[in-house]
Design a protein. Sequence first.
Length: 134
Amino acid sequence: NLILVPKILSLGIEIKTKTDPGYCVPVIKKSLENHLLNPKAVSKVACSYTARESEIVKGLAEEFGSEVVSFESDKISKTKIPMEMTFSPEKKTDSATALALLSNQEGTILIRRSTTAKGLVFSAAVSRSNIILP
């Protein structure tokens, strides 16, 4: 059987506290799988420019075989999120979701602010581009 898994997902990573890098990969994989998303489809790990060199970001990119993209905090905070948070509708900024959107050319949000008790917050977006086979 031939199974194609296009690299069409972007993860927006927001690190709230010092988090063990070994903790992040299994948690994100499990969350993606719980949302019926294949972790092998992750093409980009997006973060703030200051977090680009962190062990967590590098470890996630290595594990998923994806590239790291980063953005200035100004651009992240000015990104308009196309939906309100159900648990905090007054909050208008959301770094993790903004990063997922920015790295995927305004794609569609699939996971909005998945959080853990250990300081990891992430969002996932899917690219709206077509898959072209040569």
